[in-house]
Design a protein around this ligand. Structure first.
Ligand SMILES: NC(=O)c1ccc[n+]([C@@H]2O[C@H](COP(=O)([O-])OP(=O)(O)OC[C@H]3O[C@@H](n4cnc5c(N)ncnc54)[C@H](OP(=O)(O)O)[C@@H]3O)[C@@H](O)[C@H]2O)c1
Length: 244
């Protein structure tokens, strides 16, 4: 079995996920799996795989557990374990105050961001427990903090990530004896398709909030993950501690 550090990153075909797998794959001591919902259309992941033999793209939709199981079977067969699982896949495309919030928007964000992340954990849990490092990282957001509530009306998105943060703490608690090191991480406000869609409606510049690049965010996330030793934390990409 592989002696490499084995990473699996969901939602790796664009945005922050693509930068994370690109940077990880540049280190030959890593074995990196990156998932896409539609592998046939994931040109950047195919290009990365042809450049780096330590990178392998896999197909998985986080709301379709059978696709996650299939991906887990490939990793089990090839690498036998996952040292670091990065549940990064997510959606955030609605802006509305609670008075106008639709059940559809709330359900959709919850299904992908909350249930999709839990499903990802469930599918790869055995492979994580088989590893030495046992690092389980959920890409969350400050917009999901209840204690540090930010008055930006991304309510469906924020509620789904607050719900995720609760479950992250529950996973940290119930897996402590098993040695999982569980982290919820805020990647910064990052210039991706997701933030661009929200920016159109809230105008971040007007709120005095500037974006960082996916490259900067991924560098920070990888640095935090590499030095991670403590479970049950909510950090950002710079290592700053945040309120749940
Ligand atoms: N950008 C920011 O400022 C920011 C701030 C805080 C937190 N975050 C979090 O960071 C993570 C990455 O966001 P991003 O900005 O990189 O967004 P993005 O550019 O919109 O990329 C989202 C990724 O998630 C994937 N995805 C969506 N639904 C999926 C599903 N059902 N199954 C599997 N993959 C799915 C997308 O795949 P497709 O290409 O197939 O749609 C894409 O690869 C998310 O969890 C987001 O909430 C982002």
């Amino acid at each position: 079995m592989s002696q490499q550090t084995v990473y699996l990153v969901t939602g790796a075909n664009r945005g922050i996920g693509l930068q994370i797998v690109t940077q990880l794959a540049a280190n030959p001591s890593n074995t990196v799996y990156g998932t896409a919902r539609n592998l046939a259309g994931a040109a950047d992941l195919k290009a990365l795989a042809s450049k780096h033999s330590n990178f392998k793209p896999l197909e998985a939709d986080v709301v379709k557990p059978e696709t996650l199981k299939k991906a887990a079977a490939v990793v089990a067969n090839e690498s036998g374990h996952i040292d670091v699982l990065l549940a990064n896949a997510g959606v955030g495309d609605s802006v509305s105050q609670v008075k106008d919030l639709s059940k559809d928007a709330l359900s959709y964000h919850w299904e992908v961001n909350t249930w999709g992340s839990v499903s990802t954990y469930q599918a790869f849990r055995t492979l994580l427990l088989t590893s030495k490092q046992k690092k389980l990282v959920f890409v969350s957001t400050l917009l999901g903090s209840v204690n540090d509530y930010l008055p930006i009306p991304t309510t469906a998105y924020g509620a789904s990530k607050a719900s995720l943060n609760y479950l992250v703490r529950a996973i940290a608690s119930e897996s402590k004896e098993e040695g999982l090191i569980v982290l919820s991480i805020h990647p910064g406000l990052v210039a991706t398709d997701m933030s661009a869609a929200i920016d159109e409606k809230v105008n971040f510049a007007k709120l005095g909030i500037s974006t960082i690049t996916p490259k900067e965010s991924a560098e920070g996330i990888i640095a935090q993950v590499e030095k991670l030793t403590e479970t049950d934390q909510f950090l950002d990409y710079t290592g700053a501690v945040h309120q749940w």
